[in-house]
Design a protein around this ligand. Structure first.
Ligand SMILES: Nc1ncnc2c1ncn2[C@@H]1O[C@H](COP(=O)(O)OP(=O)(O)OP(=O)(O)O)[C@@H](O)[C@H]1O
Length: 322
């Protein structure tokens, strides 16, 4: 069985809110508010949630570009929220990130050769010829022509730029890639191509992914283990089949009921189901949160399935699922 490559323990990232004449801290945005997860070598962990739920902050904290308020990120047994451990483990080489918006994440003034070579230069001492050879190999891996090295990002389509972003991310032979909404800016047909090719690269190089998306359809295609994030916490964690065929938290149900159906026959039923879930969500709000409006703690409801609900609702849900 694959080993765990990274473990996140009770991770919190809170941003201070300042106000008044003295610009004092008056409150905090609890962007990430105590999450736990672990990702196995070569596997994809899917992180789903609506805008503002804390997904990107989680990803940024893992790659080390966002300061952690508390909690641990364990890599090879050491806590990489500490810069000294990151350095010791060469963590910045092993963990890379791919962003949603390839136009702003790739420097528009640099040629593709320099964009892809940059992370290599940070960690290896290659000659100019060796470096060029390496960049061309990487372009080949992501299915781009070798003359792309002379061009600038604006000379490519969104899908091609995302491939360049992937080439850059795999340039350092990473063990983990945090992919933050990597295909949401792309057309559906291009989305499928990029997703399939990311899977291919993952298998070829045994890279683990934290795959972040608001789109349950996309995550279903990519991940076996899934967490649903809401207000900085997880409301449900489970295996793909548990989450998609037997969602237990109302928030998960809402997200699933928002996926459009393709076949006309089921459309009316789908609309009714959606309205029912929405009504249930609005009428019972107080049950889903604690008195401070925070998501309840997770409780184990089955083999590798956790849900943040009060006991009475869990019992009802379990009975229904039988
Ligand atoms: N630098 C920051 N300072 C203050 N608040 C922030 C900062 N970055 C994010 N936030 C807040 O933290 C919360 C979580 O943001 P985050 O970007 O992680 O959400 P998300 O789920 O990735 O959403 P999206 O998909 O829209 O990016 C939001 O309320 C956001 O406004």
């Amino acid at each position: 069985m694959a080993e765990e490559i990274i473990q996140i323990k009770d991770l919190k990232v809170h941003y201070p809110i300042r106000s008044g004449f003295w610009n004092r801290i008056t409150d905090y945005v609890r962007a990430v508010d105590g999450i736990n997860l672990s990702i196995k070598e070569g596997e994809t962990y899917g992180l789903i949630g609506e805008s503002g739920s804390g997904k990107s902050t989680t990803g940024k904290a893992i790659v080390g570009v966002e300061k952690v308020t508390s909690g641990q990120i364990l890599y090879k047994g050491l806590d990489v929220t500490k810069a000294s451990n990151r350095k010791k483990l060469n963590y910045n080489k092993d963990v890379q990130m791919i962003f949603q918006d390839s136009m702003s994440s790739l420097n528009p003034r640099k040629r593709i050769e320099d964009i892809i070579a940059e992370p290599i230069r940070n960690f290896e001492n290659l000659t100019t010829d060796e470096e060029r050879k390496r960049v061309q190999e990487l372009l080949d891996i992501v299915g781009m022509p070798s003359d792309a090295i002379y061009k600038f990002p604006h000379e490519f389509s969104g899908g091609q730029r995302q491939r360049i972003g992937v080439a850059r991310a795999v340039a350092t032979n990473p063990k983990l890639i945090v992919a933050d909404e990597p295909t949401s800016a792309l057309d559906l047909s291009v989305q499928a191509q990029v997703l399939n090719f990311m899977k291919q690269i993952q298998q070829q190089y045994n890279i683990a992914f934290l795959f972040i998306s608001h789109d349950l359809g996309v995550v279903k295609h990519m991940s076996e283990d899934i967490a649903i994030m809401h207000r900085g916490r997880f409301v449900e964690i489970g295996k793909r089949d548990q989450i998609y065929s037997n969602p237990m938290h109302i928030y998960t149900k809402r997200l699933l009921s928002a996926i459009p159906v393709v076949d006309v026959e089921n459309r009316d039923q789908h609309k009714k189901d959606r309205q029912r879930v929405e009504k249930e969500f609005l009428e019972n709000q107080s049950k889903w949160y604690d008195k401070d409006g925070r998501v309840l703690p997770l409780k184990k409801v089955g083999d590798r399935h956790w849900v943040a609900l009060p006991d009475d609702i869990i019992q009802e849900e379990l009975k229904e699922g039988e």
